[in-house]
Design a protein around this ligand. Structure first.
Ligand SMILES: *[C@@H]1O[C@H](CO)[C@@H](O)[C@H](O)[C@H]1NC(C)=O
Ligand SMILES: *[C@@H]1O[C@H](CO)[C@@H](O)[C@H](O)[C@H]1NC(C)=O
Ligand SMILES: *[C@@H]1O[C@H](CO)[C@@H](O)[C@H](O)[C@H]1NC(C)=O
Ligand SMILES: *[C@@H]1O[C@H](CO)[C@@H](O)[C@H](O)[C@H]1NC(C)=O
Ligand SMILES: *[C@@H]1O[C@H](CO)[C@@H](O)[C@H](O)[C@H]1NC(C)=O
Ligand SMILES: *[C@@H]1O[C@H](CO)[C@@H](O)[C@H](O)[C@H]1NC(C)=O
Ligand SMILES: [Zn+2]
Length: 457
């Protein structure tokens, strides 16, 4: 299963290598800069939003969050600090299949981001409503992540479609990060109100078309030379480039931006390729991991370089400031790690769940069956643990004591995001079913089956 997925991923990487750059799209793009203003709108442009902006680096991981993969991801972050002394942060575009929810919760509790990367990650198309909503349902219940904090999407295989992008906007996600942006056209993040200018040849000829995705941010993926994800390639690719070649290409690509328009740069990895050999007949990823580690250390040694989450970049774009003023922004403050709750920092409080497909652990009890696309968030076998309510951020929620550990305004949180509803017709504004029966006690089981059409908070 895993092997199949990797092979498909390679396919897509290869498919996207010959990107047609966005010059033409930008030339024919029309966006009214007097009307399209932050925080809700931003025209696509090569120009930085302010003079002397910071240089953002996005380190992202895709797919499953399992023990070995998690350790690989953490090894790239260990002790890395931003200019304000706070830990460097990263984004995990996470799927449901094979993921251990307590690790996802631990990731989130350390201040990193979890974004939506479907339930199954399988072809023919894993960017459907059921896939994206099912991921929200599972992570909010079993990983205790406030649903409003799952605000980004990366389409599996980066296989987005026009309809898929429009659906993501309708689902009230804040941003998509599936489209590539070349060295020659290093586009800053923009909203899709006036259409798409990035990755014009991908999947569908999306550039120049009307896109009904007002207010949805696109956080383009910076393409390093001809390479986008896992620049050193999976070792099963017949002619992988060497680690030194990859590091040179990536450093050059970073420098183009850092010494140029400072559009965000990114290092996009499938951590499964940097750990033990998959399949065992090929070299393991130790050497590649060391190369990425030293690359990141070099990038971060430059002044004004910040390693941040996708959400932090979007917060920045809504109210951009100069590099000198970045450390004052609320979204750049160091994450405060609550203690004494089952947020993954005390993993022994998680319940171990033996399921036919393997063992997972969760602080919220065990699912009665392995999650599937039809039933992504199965009911719990035991309801004694309390689910995260709308009035408390998941990182502050104590599911055993059933209380919010945040007691002052600095950590107050109210989840205003769209309620989870596995019935796609709930996206239709004329369907009043969306908002009914939505507020439920957190101390009760709130998962219901898909057929009931009610919430899965
Ligand atoms: C990409 O999506 C299209 C549908 O838009 C589908 O036909 C194709 O199989 C998908 N490819 C992958 C690798 O998922
Ligand atoms: C990876 O391969 C190297 C060189 O073959 C070896 O020394 C190392 O022990 C291996 N590491 C793992 C985690 O398998
Ligand atoms: C879990 O096991 C069931 C029953 O064998 C199988 O149908 C399903 O595809 C498995 N799911 C995953 C994600 O492996
Ligand atoms: C969309 O998300 C924003 C930010 O979380 C929230 O304020 C708004 O109420 C949401 N809208 C819907 C329809 O859920
Ligand atoms: C929704 O709420 C109404 C009134 O509060 C109640 O009569 C109805 O049974 C609820 N439906 C579901 C599916 O919970
Ligand atoms: C609203 O929900 C009920 C019960 O879940 C369902 O029978 C009905 O078709 C839904 N209405 C719409 C407009 O989707
Ligand atoms: Zn993926």
């Amino acid at each position: 299963m895993m092997g199949f997925k990797l092979v498909s991923n390679i396919f897509l990487v290869v498919l996207f290598v010959s990107a047609i750059y966005a010059q033409n799209a930008l030339a024919s793009y029309k966006c009214d800069t007097s009307k399209c203003l932050p925080p809700s709108c931003r025209c696509a442009t090569l120009s930085p939003p302010v003079a002397s902006p910071p240089q953002f680096v996005l380190l992202t991981f895709d797919d499953t969050i399992a023990e070995d993969v998690y350790a690989t991801a953490l090894s790239l972050l260990k002790d890395r600090k931003n200019p304000n002394g706070c830990p460097a942060l990263a984004t995990f575009y996470a799927q449901v299949f094979y993921t251990n929810p307590s690790l996802a919760q631990q990731w989130r509790a350390a201040g990193h981001e979890i974004a939506d990367h479907s339930v199954t990650h399988t072809s023919p198309f894993a960017g459907s409503f059921a896939e994206l909503e099912g991921m929200r349902a599972y992570y909010t219940t079993y990983a205790g992540i406030s649903r409003g904090q799952i605000s980004g999407v990366r389409f599996p295989f980066r296989n987005y479609t026009l309809a898929g992008i429009e659906r993501v906007a309708k689902m009230n996600f804040t941003y998509d990060s599936s489209m590539a942006s070349s060295d020659a056209e290093a586009i800053w993040p923009y909203t899709l109100d006036y259409g798409v200018v990035t990755d014009c040849n991908a999947i569908e000829n999306i550039c120049g078309q009307t896109v009904n995705a007002k207010g949805l941010w696109e956080l383009p993926m910076a393409q390093s030379g001809e390479h986008l994800m896992d620049s050193m390639n999976d070792p099963t690719v017949t002619a992988p480039i060497s680690t030194s070649e990859a590091v040179t290409i990536m450093t050059n690509s970073f420098n183009l931006r850092y010494k140029g328009n400072r559009a965000p740069y990114g290092v996009y990895l499938h951590p499964v390729w940097y750990g033990k050999a998959q399949p065992p007949t090929i070299p393991n990823g130790t050497g590649k991991l060391a190369a990425i580690n030293s690359l990141l250390t070099n990038l971060m040694s430059n002044p004004d370089v910040w390693m941040v989450t996708g959400q932090q970049v979007i917060e920045y774009m809504k109210n951009p400031v100069s590099a000198a003023d970045l450390q004052k922004q609320s979204y750049m403050q160091c994450p405060t790690l609550p203690t004494g709750i089952c947020n993954g920092l005390t993993p022994s409080l998680a319940v171990s769940c033996s399921l036919p497909n393997g063992t997972i652990s969760s602080c919220f009890g065990c699912p009665s069956s392995y999650p599937s696309l039809d039933n992504p968030s199965p009911s719990r076998t035991d309801n004694t643990r309390c689910l995260v309510p709308d009035t408390c951020s998941g990182v502050y929620w104590d599911p055993i004591g059933c209380k919010c550990l945040c007691t002052d305004a600095s950590c107050a949180y109210k989840d205003n995001s769209r309620k989870i509803n596995l019935d796609e017709s709930s996206l239709n504004p004329t369907n009043t079913n969306t908002s009914t029966n939505s507020t439920k006690s957190t101390s009760q089981e709130t998962s219901t089956s898909r057929s009931s059409g009610s919430d899965l908070a």
